[in-house]
Design a protein around this ligand. Structure first.
Ligand code: ADP
Length: 567
């Protein structure tokens, strides 16, 4: 296989590349473009512009509705107007007065016939007011002269309109207040249009200020709020020559206006020419809203990005772990095959040699038998480990807890190994406190833990060959220590060595046969007894493994998959 092919076939590399190209890259791009997009929204003030457009639309609709209402009221009144041709002048006056009575929102009404002149009536109960009375006198003369000259032209202009009404509005005084008044000039519906007869109605300025505008603005705002929800709006109307900043100059404002400048204004035309309509949010400004929205968006995007990155890191770690485990498993298979093959071939070799009967020296024969026994013991230990491991993995490992004299158990187990230990040139020290009380344990499991720990001490010792085993009571625990002066274990690997299949990276370890299962089994057994296994070790300084078993050993329900073999 070429080098390049091997590179591609490398599973780890392929998976990482897929993760990076298919997940990380799009995620990073997504986050980046979203941030850029938000920035551009902020920079171009897109949100503010959208709100302003919405406000403009709202003002246009509002003007339409305001005009519609004024036209509707005027047209209704025009229907009640007396005909210029029927009845006496007193009849007409009575009819005009009736209109005023029925429509208290009118300040005055008038009828102009080019042949008969002007008939003008003002709201009688307001005639007590000095300004009103003066106004009445003034407009009487003004309209009589003006209509006398202009009625023909006005009628011609009205005839061109879909709704034949002309509006003249402007400021006027009521008491010490500056108010706004508008007057409608219209063609009467039941009079021939060519006769240039003009009807007229003046909206009472107090009515406009206190009732007409507040009510219609309230309706508009409520309608908008129920239609679209969102922030409640506030509206105001003021003379066009002001900027909408002066509370005292406002003609009328909706509830919730409080103070401040309108965000968007619209100069009214037609019915209320000379007035300006303004709009804003209640209690907040477009700027503040835009800023808050941006902050929220950045925050949400930030949190989402963090979650995404967190998810990716987790995926990456899980994947790395899985891949490392896969590698450990494949190493395990080759280690175990190797470990099985070596003792088997030794056993076969020595058994065949003995079978041939050529060896006569009794001492040698005994040597061969011992090797065969030793190798088969090794084989048994390995197979036991693998079987235990597979039971644990399948969740079928069961422990048989029995009251046990643990000192005797340890002594007996070590006795079987004494020869082997000494033959390998180890100095062996054993301190077993005979006073250690009986403990409720699974004999076989504890013996197997000890064998695993002793075997490791033998396997991982180089020049300084020493093995120490201690058994003693410490408070409510029984402690079993296995000490060596071997190659030791780096701190960073202390927790990993108890994981299944794990073997330390030290080259010395890799020259030694092993499956990476021993310590994971020891830990599982310790946990099953409600105990723990710990290591103290430093490279080159040797190791001390301590198995602690609680005296009041609970028969731990934990078995098999509950803790996994050191997973
Ligand atoms: P194995 O010995 O089959 O590799 P274990 O689970 O028994 O598996 O041990 C895991 C690893 O822990 C070993 O590969 C070795 O690196 C390290 N280890 C265990 N015991 C010792 C020891 N006494 N001294 C040094 N290293 C040890």
């Amino acid at each position: 296989m070429s080098k390049r092919k091997r590179f591609w076939n490398n599973n780890r590399f392929r998976l990482m590349l897929t993760l990076e190209l298919a997940v990380m890259l799009p995620a990073a791009a997504l986050i980046y473009f979203n941030f850029r997009h938000l920035e551009s929204i902020e920079h171009d003030k897109v949100l503010e512009a959208t709100i302003n457009r919405d406000f403009q639309e709202m003002l246009a609709i509002s003007e339409k509705k305001i005009n519609e209402k004024a036209y509707g009221m005027t047209e209704k009144v025009s229907e009640d107007f007396p005909s210029p041709d029927t009845g006496t002048e007193a009849d007409k006056v009575a009819k005009l007065d009736l209109i005023l009575e029925n429509n208290p929102w009118l300040a005055r009404v008038f009828l102009f016939d080019p042949k008969k002149g002007l008939l003008l009536r003002s709201q009688p109960e307001q005639m007590d007011d000095k300004y009103f009375r003066e106004e009445h006198m003034y407009v009487s003369t003004l309209y009589a002269g003006w209509l006398g000259m202009e009625s023909k032209m006005m009628c011609a202009e009205m005839r061109k309109k879909k709704r034949p009404v002309l509006w003249y509005g402007g400021p006027t005084k009521r008491g010490s207040n500056q108010v706004y008044m508008t007057t409608a000039f219209f063609l009467l519906p039941h009079v021939e249009r060519e006769r240039n007869v003009v009807g007229g109605a003046t909206f009472d300025p107090n009515y406009l200020k206190h009732s007409f505008f507040p009510k219609i603005m309230h309706d508009l705002i409520t309608y908008k709020l129920t239609e679209e929800r969102g922030n409640p709006l506030a509206m105001t109307v003021f003379p066009a020559e002001y900027d909408g900043m002066h509370e005292e100059k406002m003609l009328a404002s909706s509830e919730g206006w409080k103070e401040g400048k309108p965000e968007v204004t619209r100069n009214l035309d037609d019915v209320f020419r000379g007035l300006t309509l303004g709009i804003k949010f209640q209690g907040t400004s477009v700027d503040a809203l835009g800023r808050r929205w941006m902050q929220q968006s950045f925050l949400i995007l930030g949190v989402l990005s963090l979650l995404l990155v967190g998810g990716l890191v987790l995926t990456y770690r899980t994947l790395s772990k899985e891949m490392a485990l896969a590698k450990l498993k494949s190493d395990f298979v080759s280690n175990v095959s190797h470990e099985l093959r070596t003792p088997l071939s030794l056993i076969r070799l020595y058994a065949e040699t003995l079978e041939l009967g050529r060896i006569t020296a009794q001492e040698k024969i005994e040597d061969y038998y011992r090797i065969i026994r030793k190798e088969s013991e090794r084989l048994t230990a390995l197979i036991n480990n693998i079987l235990d491991f597979s039971r644990i993995e399948a969740g079928r490992k069961e422990y048989e807890f029995r009251e046990t004299d643990i000192a005797e158990l340890v002594r007996n187990t070590l006795d079987c190994y004494r020869d082997q230990i000494q033959q390998q040139g180890f100095a062996f020290e054993q301190h077993i406190d005979p006073a250690v009380p009986a403990v409720n344990v699974d004999r076989e499991a504890i013996a197997r833990s000890l064998v695993n720990l002793v075997n490791n001490a033998l396997k991982y010792s180089a020049n300084d060959k020493f093995l120490g085993v201690k058994l003693y009571r410490s408070n409510s625990d029984v402690k079993l220590e296995v000490i060596d002066r071997g190659i030791g274990i780096a701190r960073s690997e202390h927790s990993k060595i108890f994981e299944k299949f794990y073997r330390a990276g030290d080259p010395l370890v890799h020259n030694t046969k092993g499956s990476g299962l021993g310590l994971s089994l020891v830990r599982h057994i310790a946990h099953a007894h409600g105990g723990e296994v710990e290591v103290e070790s430093a490279p080159g300084k040797g190791s001390k493994f301590t198995l602690s078993l609680p005296l009041a050993a609970v028969q731990h329900p934990l078995n098999g998959a509950a803790s996994g073999a050191g997973a």
